[in-house]
Ligand binder design. Structure first.
Ligand code: B1M
Length: 213
C-alpha cells in the first residue's frame, strides 16, 4: 500500500505531522495497528539507526525521527491497550539507569496492558532502588527492564543483584529486552526470561506467570 510506504518515509525523514496523519488514515481504513508498527514504523527506526551508525544521520535527525515515531504511536497505543482482558498479573517496567530510550519500552508496556497485565511504567533512567521500591509497594509479579545501549545493559545485572539483596528474588520474576540484549546475556545475568519484540513479551510474561504458580 502506497500510503504505508509513506509512513515509513515520514518517520525516516522525521516528519511527525505526516507520520501521524498517515497512521490515522491507515487505522481508519482498518489496517491492523501491530502491522503498522512491525512492518513500517520499527523498520524505519532501524534504518534511522543504520544511518546514524554510518554518519549519514546525527543526533538531531535521531530526535526528529523519534518524535515522529512517538507521535504516530500515540494513536496506536490505546488500540493495543484496548485489546486487554482481565488482569493477568502486575508488571513493573522501566528503561534502566543511564538509558533514555523509551520507544521500545513503551511498546512493550502497551502490549502487556493489551495482554491483560496491570503495568506500572517507571519511565526511563530507572535506578535499581526505584525498581525495588515500586515492586515491593505494588506487590509486583514481574520486573521488566529495557536497555538500548551496550553501556547501560550492565545496569540490568546490578538491578538483579539489588533485587536479590533486598530479599525479593524468590517472590518475583525478572524479564529483560532491548536491541543489544541476547538470550545468552539474559542467562548470564540471571534473568528469568528474554525476548526481542513487544508482541513476544506478552507470551513470555504469561509463561512466566505460570511459573509463579
Ligand atoms: Co540512540 N542509540 N542514542 N537515541 N538510538 C541507538 C540505540 C544506537 C544502536 C544507534 C546506532 O548507533 N546505530 C546507539 C547505541 C550503540 C551502542 O550502545 N552500541 C545509540 C546511541 C549511541 C545513542 C546516544 C549515545 C547518541 C549520542 O548522544 N551520541 C544517545 C544515548 C542517550 C541515553 O540513553 N543516555 C542516544 C539518544 C537517542 C535519542 C534520544 C536521540 C533517541 C531516543 C528517543 C526515545 O527513545 N525517546 C535515539 C534513538 C531513536 C535510537 C535508535 C535510532 C532507535 C531506537 C528505537 O526507538 N527503536 C537506535 C538504533 C536502533 O535501535 N536501530 C539508537 C525502535 C524500537 C521499537 O525498538 O527499542 O529495540 P527497540 O525495542 C524493541 C525490542 O528491542 C524489544 O521490543 C521492542 C519493540 O519490538 N524490547 C523489549 C525493548 N525493550 C524490551 C523490554 C522487554 C522485552 C522486549 O522486557 C521484557
Amino acid at each position: 500500500m502506497q500510503n504505508l510506504q509513506q509512513l515509513y518515509e515520514s518517520i525516516l525523514s522525521g516528519d511527525a505531522k505526516q507520520a501521524r496523519a498517515l497512521t490515522e488514515q491507515a487505522l481508519t481504513a482498518g489496517v491492523d495497528p501491530l502491522r503498522l508498527v512491525n512492518d513500517f514504523m520499527a523498520p524505519a527506526m532501524d534504518e534511522v539507526g543504520r544511518r546514524f551508525e554510518s554518519n549519514e544521520y546525527f543526533v538531531p535527525e535521531l530526535l526528529l525521527s523519534a518524535r515522529a515515531m512517538k507521535s504516530a504511536l500515540e494513536l496506536i497505543r490505546p488500540l493495543l491497550v484496548a485489546r486487554g482482558e482481565k488482569p493477568t498479573g502486575r508488571v513493573v517496567i522501566g528503561t534502566v539507569k543511564g538509558d533514555l530510550h523509551d520507544i521500545g519500552k513503551n511498546l512493550v508496556a502497551a502490549m502487556l496492558e493489551g495482554g491483560g497485565f496491570e503495568v506500572i511504567d517507571l519511565g526511563v533512567n530507572v535506578p535499581p532502588e526505584k525498581f525495588i521500591a515500586t515492586a515491593k509497594e505494588k506487590n509486583a509479579h514481574i520486573v521488566a527492564m529495557s536497555a538500548l545501549l551496550t553501556t547501560t545493559m550492565l545496569s540490568m545485572k546490578s538491578t538483579i543483584e539489588a533485587i536479590k539483596e533486598a530479599g525479593l528474588r524468590d517472590r518475583l520474576k525478572v524479564l529483560v529486552g532491548g536491541a543489544p540484549i541476547t538470550q545468552k546475556f539474559a542467562a548470564e545475568i540471571g534473568a528469568d526470561g528474554y525476548c526481542d519484540n513487544a508482541a513476544g513479551a506478552v507470551g513470555l510474561a504469561k509463561q512466566t506467570m505460570a511459573l509463579l504458580g
